[in-house]
Design a protein around this ligand. Structure first.
Ligand SMILES: [Zn+2]
Length: 145
């Protein structure tokens, strides 16, 4: 994962696929936390095309206040996704609330269907980045007869 730390090529899935993002961004009810009925998980992926790290990040926001990022979650879409999950809280919160959110995030990331959705979104985004990167080359290609 060193490549990501150096170049930070993480890109926001929503910027490239707003419609899919609107339909498929995961939301989780957090009923145990007053004032925070649900959280949404915004997806970011490593888009360094030469990199095979399978890294992603989730920006955790409260649906009530989507502009405030509560936490960021790093993960790698590998068989051992659990050992790669790193949750960092970026907004002040009670320990009890952090615990509830952490539990919900881990439960979500252990779900195979959600992992498959994330893997699909990662591939879509990387294909889009590949197109954007190679488009100028395709346009400038001179065909010799
Ligand atoms: Zn990477």
């Amino acid at each position: 994962m060193d490549c990501c730390l150096i170049y930070m090529p993480m890109q926001f899935f929503h910027d490239h696929f707003p419609d899919i993002s609107r339909d498929e961004t995961k939301t989780i009810p957090i009923t145990a936390v007053p004032g925070m009925p649900a959280i949404a998980l915004f997806e970011y992926y490593c888009t360094e095309l030469a990199c095979g790290c399978q890294s992603g990040k989730l920006g955790v926001v409260s649906i009530a206040k989507p502009k405030t990022v509560l936490a960021s979650v790093s993960f790698s879409l590998t068989a051992h996704i659990d050992s790669s999950v790193d949750i960092e809280f970026t907004s002040p919160m009670m320990d009890r609330e952090k615990k509830k959110i952490s539990q919900a995030l881990l439960r979500a990331l252990r779900d195979k269907r959600y992992q498959n959705l994330l893997a699909e979104h990662r591939l879509l985004l990387r294909a889009r980045i590949f197109d954007l990167v190679t488009e100028p080359m395709r346009k400038n290609t001179v065909l010799y007869h």
